[in-house]
Design a protein around this ligand. Structure first.
Ligand SMILES: *Cc1c(COP(=O)(O)O)cnc(C)c1O
Length: 332
């Protein structure tokens, strides 16, 4: 069983923040040639992270969330997501492996073949699905959902969309420490920028905090792909701050990081009409990545993030690089 890097650095955390490895670390890094002449582009491939039925970035969050549920004696994980939610599916599959039930309130999103297929998997996952349809109706239904999913006298363990609680965000603090070890080992150069999609903010916030903890200078560039949550540099920095406080409260010992909003870059220009809506730029990025770099990206998150990376690189907004693209999508 691999030991979490967070534990290795801050050994006092091992009991107060238990960790359950669900994937094989480190995830591979490689240079993506043939995408742009503007900057060297590297990829850290989170798509291969995880076991069994689903991979990608949500698995790293669950490595901290599921043991926290055990610690709290919870029986059911209650969360929310879009009809095609990768997060809900990962929570259902990995949660059930650990003996938890899962309940998901589902909010409408544009339906295409990908979302339809995802819904089939969600229905087969064993999770209880509540079609609450809109954010407003989900909030209105919340008290009922909590009571409905009391198990063994315990309220369900609630997780916000995307699993982006401070505990879930630890997954990308861990990934940033892992990246720093790969840089130190000479597997890739220190990136000037790390580009990732922002759906609920945990990945970007965890990375930003973890990169500072590891002593790297790399700047996180978060590409907003979701208009149903308030996501900007301030909300991402605030989540990083809540995660830092969690670490300190549970006994980690490090000089304060105090990430501020001006230390992360959050861009919205590649969202298009909204969450799950296709854009021409993303479609172009998808085809360039497949043809020139044997990299598969999907339309909701990673193609929009890659489109932003390519446009910003040609516009000189990423200095001279090297730029790291985080490939967060992990279907199986
Ligand atoms: C959820 C998700 C993201 C965004 O991560 P957040 O931590 O929610 O911002 C990116 N890519 C994929 C494929 C995802 O499923």
């Amino acid at each position: 069983m691999s030991r979490a890097l967070l534990h290795g650095r801050f050994t006092s955390l091992a009991h107060s923040l238990p960790h359950l490895p669900l994937g094989k670390a480190p995830t591979p890094v490689r240079e993506l040639t043939g995408l742009t002449a503007a900057v060297p582009v590297w990829c850290k491939d989170e798509s291969v992270y995880g076991s069994g039925g689903w991979g990608g970035n949500k698995v790293r969050k669950l490595e901290w969330i599921l043991p926290d549920m055990h610690r709290k004696g919870a029986g059911t994980l209650l969360t929310v997501g879009g009809l095609g939610t990768n997060w809900g599916l990962a929570a259902a599959l990995y949660g059930q492996e650990q003996g938890f039930s899962t309940a998901i309130a589902l909010i409408d999103q544009p339906i295409d073949d990908h979302v339809r297929a995802q819904l089939v998997r969600l229905r087969q996952s064993g999770a209880t699905l509540h079609y609450t349809r809109t954010k407003r109706r989900t909030i209105a239904a919340a008290p009922w959902l909590f009571l409905r999913h009391i198990s063994g006298g315990t309220l369900p363990y609630f997780l916000p969309a995307g699993g982006s609680s401070p505990v879930g965000t630890l997954g990308y603090v861990e990934a940033a420490l892992e990246l720093a070890e790969q840089v130190a080992a000479g597997e890739l150069p220190e990136p000037s920028h790390v580009v990732t999609a922002v759906g609920s903010g945990g990945t970007a916030a965890g990375l930003a905090l973890g990169l500072r903890l590891a002593g790297l200078q790399s700047r996180v560039v978060g590409v907003v792909v979701n208009d149903t949550l308030r996501l900007n540099a301030a909300t991402v920095a605030a989540l990083a701050g809540r995660t830092e406080r969690l670490l300190l409260e549970r006994g980690a010992n490090f000089p304060p990081i105090g990430l501020s909003a001006d230390q992360v870059t959050i861009v919205r220009e590649w969202l298009g009409p909204g969450y799950g809506h296709a854009t021409r730029e993303a479609e172009q990025a998808r085809s360039v990545a497949a043809t020139n770099a044997s990299l598969e990206v999907e339309p909701v998150y990673t193609a929009k993030a890659l489109a932003a990376l390519l446009a910003m690189a040609s516009g000189g907004l990423l200095d001279s690089g090297p730029v790291l693209f985080l490939n967060t999508y992990g279907p199986r």
